[in-house]
Design a binder for this molecule. Structure first.
Ligand code: ADP
Ligand code: MG
Length: 242
């Protein structure tokens, strides 16, 4: 069974068709990097996978649960999916520990001690064990993004979705965040990563998916897609970003 199974996924906004029939499987433990030009539908694809957007057609199944089934418990299903955005969206009035415990307490109903134990373990995992009592404004962008990753991990997700997690960071802070993501990949986390970081895609991804105009144009092993693309559209895109 695939961790994520997407079949015939379509999404329209009014008359604009943004996803035109996406078929994509992600195996358990697989790291898939999604690349493609701005406006090609990458964010919409991720947002349909955790139902931040309602698909207009097709099915999305995560960990055996079809999210597009009208009878599914959406909140329960969504808890299985961790999402990390370009903007970290930490609560400014909460400490790092508060940010990583609040959803555990409210959504998973963990008691304070358990939530803090899980938070500390995940902050350790992202290299920020010493920042538990800091407020977000005292942290660099890279540290804030690592807190956001710890916050997602604390919910015990079955898959992690990353939407350009390093695009808002100063260049010197990108490496630490990518390092944390590489660690998760090594631990066997199932990950879908929208990124422009071609060296990360090349080194960490099991598969690279190139999207353009709301469709998957091609996909395959990173070295094959990045070094030896089959399609003209992929070549044109890569020539711009590499
Ligand atoms: P990418 O992440 O690849 O840059 P997006 O998925 O963000 O692409 O957007 C794809 C297209 O969908 C764009 O043309 C964008 O303007 C449009 N779009 C995205 N979200 C909305 C929305 N909520 N309402 C209308 N159009 C949208
Ligand atoms: Mg996007």
């Amino acid at each position: 069974m695939s961790a994520i199974e997407i079949r015939g996924l379509r999404k329209t906004f009014g008359t604009l068709e943004v996803l035109s029939g996406i078929d994509l499987d992600v195996e358990s433990g697989e790291v898939v990097c999604v690349i493609g030009p701005s406006g090609s539908g990458k964010s919409t694809l991720l947002r349909c996978v955790n139902l931040l957007e309602e698909p207009s057609g097709g099915t999305v199944t995560v960990d055996g649960v079809e999210l597009t089934d009208p009878d599914v418990d959406i909140d329960a299903a969504r808890r299985r999916i961790g999402m990390v955005f370009q903007s970290f969206n930490l609560f400014p009035h909460l400490t790092v520990l508060g940010n990583v415990t609040v959803a555990q307490r409210k959504v998973l109903k963990r008691d304070k001690a358990e939530a803090e134990r899980v938070a500390r373990a995940n902050l350790e995992r992202v290299g920020l064990a010493d920042k538990v009592d800091s407020y977000p404004e005292k942290l660099s962008g890279g540290q804030q993004q690592r807190v956001a990753i710890a916050r997602a991990l604390a919910m015990d997700p079955r898959v992690m979705l990353f939407d350009e997690p390093t695009s808002a960071l100063d260049p010197e802070l990108v490496g630490d965040v990518l390092g944390v993501m590489r660690g998760l990949a090594d631990e066997g986390m199932t990950m879908v990563v929208v990124t422009h970081e071609m060296s990360f895609a090349r080194e960490v991804a099991d598969r690279v998916v190139f999207m353009d105009g709301g469709v998957v144009v091609e996909q395959g092993a990173p070295d094959r897609v990045i070094a030896n693309p089959e399609h003209e559209r992929t070549r044109t895109f890569l020539a711009r970003v590499l």
